[in-house]
Design a protein around this ligand. Structure first.
Ligand SMILES: [Zn+2]
Length: 308
């Protein structure tokens, strides 16, 4: 606790050297770890890495940690212009903790007497709580060293999985992400193209669009089905079989049968499930049953259209 807390003074002072406007708001230490709440314009991993390296240099230098007392915060600030304090919380006699020649901070908690006792500090994560308020999670000593070893191993496993040298892991990942986005967009375009060229079958004066696809973009498929039924006397019965099969059954508003009831009933028969609204419903079923499901649904739709 004293180690983690003293290391926090050093870390915060190191952040302040990079971002002078930064100010600590609160520090918490518990069995889950340590959290430093601070205000800073912008925090990123480059700033964190610089601050952590500087903090560990100060820890290794074995600087003395001393205490000073002043009658008031005003007095303290006159003597120590660089004093850090969370002003609103400090009243009356003030205790100042000095990390020899590196940092002066008003604080009432317990500290170690030499920075070497902190051993090692590492930031394990940070997040923005809103505005310029951030929280930084950190570990010190043995726990920090174990964390570092685990994270390096994880990083190397990612590098191996990507087949990219460890220095290029970030770029390789960003490229991969970009590529995946491009492919998804192209698949969505292809899906749209295929659906735009799907010819309906005329059943009792109603256009029925039916097809079983394998590996299309499902969102595009559902969107297109929705667009198809904006014309009158139209039914769309479409499926996409991948690991499981997505089945969409929808109809134009002028028709009256309940797609949701019909889909639910047929999918259940084949070990799937589904539902939705009377005019637009979706569901899933094991892929191997997709063809049969579509056949059954089409036959039932035909029956219903014949009755009208
Ligand atoms: Zn303190």
């Amino acid at each position: 606790m004293e180690k983690a807390h003293t290391a926090e003074h050093i870390l915060m002072a190191s952040i302040k050297r990079i971002a002078p406007e930064a100010a600590a708001v609160k520090v918490m230490h518990d069995e889950k770890g340590n959290t430093l709440y601070l205000r800073i314009k912008k925090l990123d991993w480059d700033i964190v890495a610089e601050a952590v390296k500087a903090a560990n240099r100060v820890i290794d230098e074995g600087r003395a940690v001393k205490e000073w007392f002043f009658e008031s915060l005003e007095d303290a600030k006159k003597t120590l212009p660089n004093l850090r304090s969370y002003d609103e919380r400090v009243t009356g006699r003030v205790r100042v903790i000095e990390v020899e020649g590196y940092d002066y901070s008003a604080c009432a908690r317990k500290h170690v007497s030499n920075t070497k006792e902190c051993g090692f500090i590492i930031v394990t994560g940070f997040s923005r709580s809103g505005g310029d308020l951030y929280q930084i999670r950190f570990e010190v000593g043995g726990r920090a060293k174990e964390y570092a070893a685990d994270i390096i191993a994880l990083h190397m496993k990612i590098s191996e999985a990507l087949g990219a040298p460890q220095k290029t892991v970030l770029n390789a990942t960003l490229n991969l992400k970009q590529e995946a986005e491009d492919l998804r967009r192209r698949l969505a375009n292809l899906t749209r193209y295929m659906l735009e060229h799907l010819n309906p079958e005329e059943l009792y004066g109603t256009k029925v669009y039916t097809n079983l696809y394998r590996g299309v973009d499902r969102k595009a498929l559902m969107d297109c089905a929705g667009e198809l039924i904006s014309s009158v006397k139209t039914v769309a019965l479409l499926a996409d079989a991948q690991k499981d099969a997505l089945v969409v059954l929808c109809r134009s508003k002028d028709l009256t049968f309940d797609c949701s009831l019909l889909l639910k009933e047929v999918l259940q028969e084949f070990g799937g499930r589904g539902g939705g609204k009377p005019e637009y419903s979706t569901g899933s079923v094991p892929s191997k049953a997709a063809e049969q499901v579509l056949g059954t649904l089409k036959w039932k739709v035909k029956e219903l259209l014949a009755k009208v």
